[in-house]
Design a protein around this ligand. Sequence first.
Ligand SMILES: [Zn+2]
Length: 79
Amino acid sequence: MIRVSLTLLIFIYLALFLTAVFALWIWFEWNRQRRERHAVRHRVRCSLCAFEFEDPSEEPLPRCPRCGSLNEREHFRIL
Ligand SMILES: [Zn+2]
């Protein structure tokens, strides 16, 4: 039988628990960022009137539905 002191047992338990919490945190954060990127994938902000609209087409210069100007697709970020 392996003899382990109580201090070492508590340390092992805490280390495993904290590792599991950290892994779950990283996994949930990674999933959250993936969902966020997926949600704003087709979102375009008009450079002229700042109107935000969804454009699911793949054309490089989508037209703003409010003012009609052509906009470049840029990486959309949520703060
Ligand atoms: Zn516009």
